[in-house]
Design a protein around this ligand. Structure first.
Ligand SMILES: Cc1cc2nc3c(=O)[nH]c(=O)nc-3n(C[C@H](O)[C@H](O)[C@H](O)COP(=O)(O)OP(=O)(O)OC[C@H]3O[C@@H](n4cnc5c(N)ncnc54)[C@H](O)[C@@H]3O)c2cc1C
Length: 397
């Protein structure tokens, strides 16, 4: 292979490009990214940078020297709009063409929006550094009332950060219990209680009927008729994978780019990160994972898949963390409502515990509140294919 193109200049794209060079690829390497900025990290956008504790200059994923050393042809500020697999070409929005022998798709995901709010000032989604800086500027203008729509992990982090800045925060969640569909009702309620404990006004089991105002947002109307006055609204209702540019390419797009178990999406085409969906044999599930660690690991795996041609399956135990107030919440594995749940250390009352999840005799997940060591230990057990009994035996030791 003489030339490789990476589309998506963020975490998965950069880690795959670094891997190609580290593993000896010395051909032409082009990285195409829609954002103008060099690759930067997203987790601080809802935490340290949003709160103002970190300057934005701490966001880059690599130093200028490190990027320089990769000898990459950067096409930043360029959106890929089409892919021709027979001619091996990516078409960009400015009509230019990037040819390739191998292709890495790492275009991630973008926030879903609430239609009709696009032109209303003070209504935000949070995916980019620019989004973060705009929200932060509005928070610093000391609005009185912040409404967060969606109590997922990003929404919950924004709510926590806003509350810690002394703002009045209401969070609206359609589900009766936040995170219930991932963690089950008991643990979902613990997440809700963390928000209650710190004074977030959490409204559950109710949707948003409309977001209204003149030029600027003034209120959020809920489906039960409640009117919430609002100066800033942050919408965190999930993401959609960025796959439009692949339409008609012949690749299978179905809630992400569908890959085989080794991350191969087509001939000499691999995908990684938030955009990729693949069968993870460890969990017997076709999954798309929106976590930082997966973007790193799958970026590495996909790059090696492309370079070596070896179809090694990618079988991670996915995990992520979320920082909310003084709690570090971590989840590893694939949990579902109905799983067996057992506290293996600590107590819910102290909000410091680890809960193991089991299904069909297997350990399938571990949830930690300020228990990073336990989460990693049990993740290790999952990596080793531990049964539920093994995990309970480990807990007793
Ligand atoms: C605010 C926030 C906080 C987070 N916090 C955590 C956390 O605490 N823990 C955790 O595990 N995970 C967290 N995540 C998730 C984590 O950041 C993502 O999983 C990770 O960024 C995925 O990396 P990626 O490279 O696959 O995709 P992305 O980071 O989405 O990058 C994709 C890139 O591709 C570009 N692109 C898209 N379409 C095109 C196109 N057609 N042409 C060219 N370029 C294109 C995009 O502009 C973008 O720069 C957080 C995410 C956000 C937004």
């Amino acid at each position: 292979m003489e030339s490789i193109a990476v589309v998506g200049a963020s975490l998965a794209g950069l880690r795959s490009a670094e891997t190609l060079r580290r593993d000896g690829f010395d051909g032409r390497l082009t990285v195409i990214g829609e954002e103008q900025r060099a690759p930067y990290d997203r987790p601080p956008l809802s935490k340290q940078i949003l709160s103002g504790n970190w300057d934005p200059d701490r966001a880059p994923l690599a130093t200028e020297d490190a990027l320089e050393a990769l000898d990459i042809e950067w096409r930043l500020g360029s959106r890929a709009v089409g892919l021709d697999l027979s001619d091996r070409e990516v078409r960009l929005a400015d009509e230019s063409i990037v040819g390739f022998d191998g292709l890495i798709i790492a275009t991630g995901a973008r926030c879903r929006i609430i239609p009709g709010t696009e032109d209303l000032d003070g209504v935000y989604t949070l995916r980019t550094l620019d989004d973060c800086l705009a929200i932060r500027a509005d928070f610093e203008a000391t609005p009185r009332r912040v409404v967060v729509v969606g109590a997922g992990f990003i929404g919950a982090e924004v709510a926590a950060t806003a509350k810690e800045l002394g703002l009045e925060v209401t969070m609206v969640e359609m589900e009766p219990i936040p995170f219930e569909r991932i963690l089950g009702s008991e643990m979902g309620q613990v997440c809700a209680d963390v928000q209650h404990d710190h004074g977030v006004d959490l409204r559950t089991g109710v949707g948003v009927a409309s977001i209204e105002g003149g030029e600027r947002v003034e209120r959020v109307v809920l489906t039960d008729g409640t009117v919430l006055d609002a100066d800033v609204v942050v919408v965190g209702v999930g993401v959609s994978p960025n796959t439009e540019w692949l339409e008609g390419s012949g690749l299978t797009v179905d809630n992400g780019v569908l890959c085989d178990a080794s991350c191969l999406a087509g001939p000499n085409v691999v995908a990684a990160g938030d955009v990729a969906r693949w069968p993870n044999h460890r969990f017997d599930e076709v999954m798309r994972v929106e976590h930082w660690d997966n973007a790193v690991e799958q970026g590495v795996h996909a790059a090696r898949r492309l370079l070596t041609g070896q179809a090694e399956p990618y079988t991670p135990v996915p995990w992520f963390w979320s920082d909310q107030f003084d709690r570090k919440i971590q989840l590893a594995g694939r949990t579902r409502p109905g799983d067996q749940v057992e506290i293996v250390t600590g107590s819910i009352e102290e909000r410091r515990f680890a809960a193991a999840y089991g299904r069909e005799g297997k350990l399938v997940g571990i949830l930690g509140f300020n228990r990073p060591r336990h989460v990693m230990q049990y993740r290790g057990l999952m990596n080793d294919g531990a049964s539920w009994d093994d995990a309970m035996e480990f807990a007793r030791k």
